[in-house]
Design a protein around this ligand. Sequence first.
Ligand SMILES: [Fe+2]
Length: 301
Amino acid sequence: MIPSNENELTHAVLDRLTGASDPRFVQVMSSLIQHLHAFVREVDLTPDEWMKSIQFLTAVGQTCDDKRQEFILLSDTLGVSMMVVMLQQARAAMGGGEQAAATESNELATQATVQGPFYWEGAPEHALGANIAEGVVGEPTYYSGRITNTAGQPLAGALLDIWSGDGDGFYDMQIAGASMAARGRIRTDHEGRYRFWSIRPTFYPVPVDGPVGRMLDGMGRHPNRPGHIHMMVSAARHVPLTTHLFVAGSPYLDSDAVFGVRPSLIVDFQPHPAGSAPDGSTVATPFWSAQYDFVLEPSAA
Ligand SMILES: [Fe+2]
């Protein structure tokens, strides 16, 4: 078919999918083509605007390297990452409904949020109770809690893969040549308990020196995220969880640049004077403590 107008053009492009063999790929591409064409028609995109869009996406790709992920930042700031997280959790909750009834479970799994662009695989594994932010700028904070499943069973040997920025709001990956800092993996004890020291994270701007920063500026948006610490929580035979704990009272909780805040993940950080810490150690400076229990969904057998 040789299309003679813009509506026939959409059909012509869709018709070219007849040779594809993966039905899910066909579904995704058909929808993408239709929405993309509808978008171009709706805004009546001019050739100049089209070229600017191509240059923008090219710049997003060129800004990426092994430490900088501008495409994740684009996805995050447009709310796409959080949309995928929310859909996945809704899907898991529907699947877990039968499981919940079967185990007489009454606990909800901890809510997920975005992974963000600063995950660095292979953080060192530390002993329970260790300081994962030795030498990092920031106010010392003692984190503790339990990891259980939705049936209330403690998960021994569950893994917490933790990362955050420093007390000034910078991630190690943003500092040229820096090695891993304020990152670590901790495993729960036989009662599913975890504890570790790190710093109290502060709010920070997402990187604004690239095309996504210029996009946010054009939208009249601020680039800030409220203070948070990231974690991936995993245990055998359970659905892994990627989430954050947010610092209660932090600026930007109600206007996170990546839409990642969920009220159930906001935690009160308790201030303490210098002296005895909950783990029996002595701290020379004032410090904070934060307590949070994680709940994982059992995975399908
Ligand atoms: Fe972050």
